[in-house]
Design a binder for this molecule. Structure first.
Ligand code: GLU
Length: 400
């Protein structure tokens, strides 16, 4: 019998983390690598936020806190939900964790029993299905193709619901496609949920502030207030405030669920870093005007990458509404061969050959549940993006 837990046989390591690690290794070995794998802003954490972290250290705010967050941060989160989403939560309905990841994980651990199903629209963020499996549940993947703009239809949602369905995980704008559901599109989904009172919805609103053109972000409990009592609205400071390394995510939801999540956190990691929590208070309460400026920069980069991808024979790249990812299809390249004779049979082969030949790190589509595609994170400098797109183009044009 293996020394390791049998649960581990059900899951795989995170492919986004694997690509990021591989790119960093190649770089430190002296290779010229452009890393478009990890989804993290290249901007620095704004100065006022970083200073709040330094001040917390200077003030000795370096001790344990309540396991799921300091009162000041919980209040700042309640204010944020009210101000930006029209959602009323009290501090007892707020949980703060070490990144959005821990919040989602705690919620699944706190609610799933063997046989419980969780509906996950694909393409999905790599960690959703594996977190469900770790928590003992069953992921039910509902595919949304490029022709559907990567958005799940109400009929598909309806068809996926069974008596065992516990959650729908809803992520808009989406990692990895950038697809964002409009108010009406989301309302059509919440209408389905209204017909199935046993199904809860767990949102992942991490990309809320990365919305472009005329797309306006909305979240399920806002669009359908009657769902409030069975919604966990999750978010975090990582992407909007360029704070990925600080690890602060949070959620608002029914008190009994928040209490169950606290129980898990109190027996595992305890509180998220006290210093990061104070920085997050400043992020949420401080000036917000730089968010729009940064979104403008991301929009420019999105346009640059979408245009460059669509100019390549064999690649189709829709223009996403938000986040900082694009998810081009490489259907037109499958079956072709590299000059070295490797057949591009899958998107996984495509990305590994691309990394090998041109030093561009991206993530293969199979990791996100829809192939043949790949994900580009364009949260990097314009210069790096221009060079990366030129390399991707050269790589694709060399395929026969
Ligand atoms: N969410 C980011 C990504 O998709 C960070 C890495 C991760 O935690 O998966 O790249």
């Amino acid at each position: 019998m293996s020394f390791l837990s049998a649960t581990l046989d059900r899951v795989k390591p995170s492919p986004t983390i694997a690509v990021t690690t591989k790119a960093a290794e190649l770089k430190s070995a002296g290779r010229d690598i452009i890393a478009l794998g990890a989804g993290e802003p290249d901007f620095d954490t704004p100065e006022n936020i970083a200073k709040a972290g330094q001040q917390a250290i200077a003030d000795g705010k370096t001790r344990y806190t309540a396991p799921d967050g300091i009162p000041e941060l919980k209040q700042a989160i309640c204010d944020k939900f009210q101000r930006e989403n029209g959602l009323t939560y009290t501090p007892k309905q707020i949980s703060v964790g070490t990144g959005g990841k821990q919040i989602l994980y705690n919620a699944l651990m706190a609610t799933l029993n063997p046989g419980d199903e969780v509906i996950i629209p694909a393409p999905y963020w790599v960690s959703y299905p594996d977190m469900v499996l770790l928590a003992g549940g069953e992921p039910v993947v509902v595919e949304a193709t490029l022709e559907q703009d990567f958005k799940m239809s109400p009929d598909a949602l309806e068809a996926a619901i069974t008596p065992n369905t516990k959650w729908l995980i809803f992520n808009s704008p989406s990692n990895p496609t950038g697809a964002g559901y409009s108010w009406d599109e989301l309302k059509a989904l919440t209408d389905v949920l209204m017909r199935h009172p046993h199904v809860w919805v767990m949102t992942d609103d991490m990309y809320e502030h990365l919305a472009y053109d005329d797309f306006t972000f909305c979240t399920p409990a806002q669009v359908e207030p009657a769902l409030y009592d069975r919604t966990l609205t999750t978010n975090g400071v990582s992407k909007a405030y360029a704070m990925t390394g600080w690890r602060i995510g949070y959620a608002g939801g029914p008190e009994h669920l928040i209490a169950a999540m606290r129980k898990i956190q109190s027996q595992s990691t305890s509180n998220p870093s006290s210093i990061s929590q104070w920085a997050a208070v400043e992020a949420l309460n401080g000036p917000q005007d730089f968010l729009a400026e940064r979104a403008d920069a991301f929009k420019r980069r999105r346009n640059l990458v979408v245009d460059a991808m669509n100019a390549i024979d064999g690649i189709t790249c829709p223009t996403p509404e938000g986040a900082f990812y694009v998810y081009p299809s490489i259907k037109g390249l499958i079956g072709k061969s590299t000059p070295g004779g490797t057949v591009i049979d899958t998107d996984e082969t495509f990305v590994s050959e691309l990394l090998e030949t041109e030093g561009v790190a991206v993530v293969f589509g199979a990791a996100f549940g829809l192939s043949p595609n790949f994900r580009i994170s364009y949260a990097t400098s314009d210069a790096a993006l221009i060079e990366a797109c030129a390399r991707i183009s050269r790589f694709c044009n060399a395929l026969q």
